[in-house]
Design a protein around this ligand. Sequence first.
Ligand code: DQA
Length: 159
Amino acid sequence: MTLATAADSASRLVRVLVLHGANLNMLGIRELGVYGKITLFQINRRLRSLGNDLGVDVVDFQSNHEGALIDRLHRAHKEEDGVVFNPGAFTHYSYALHDAVKSIRPPVVEVHLSDIRYRELWRRKSVIAPACIRQISGRGIESYLEGLRHVAGRIRGEC
Ligand code: DQA
């Protein structure tokens, strides 16, 4: 492996942060026709279980506050090897989150439950995606799971 990871220095499991932005704490209640009945708790549980299979330690964090998400990304620079990030509506206008993603060492995959390419015009553009290694959209929970597989592969130097 050529990539220096935080795991190398601490000789621990590869560690991935799953970061959820605005209103994602309301999954299971909000716009069921768009996002389905799945809750954030269930998403996090599935990701931890996939992490087990992949040998990845998955930690999660959700905030409705842009600054808290920026602070958590900065912390990931020291503490995690990769990030799976659903910024919620910040996706479409937060240049500060774009800059935060660009500021840190771990690769970031942007994910969305719904397919933002086929929704309202303002939702089609992500200002954060250009700072990420990949965007995965419109596959429900599978967007997150594929995001975790992809970032784990990148950390191992496989993609
Ligand atoms: C979302 C899509 C965003 O446009 C929206 O603001 C969200 C959720 C998704 O996962 O589909 O809050 O990121």
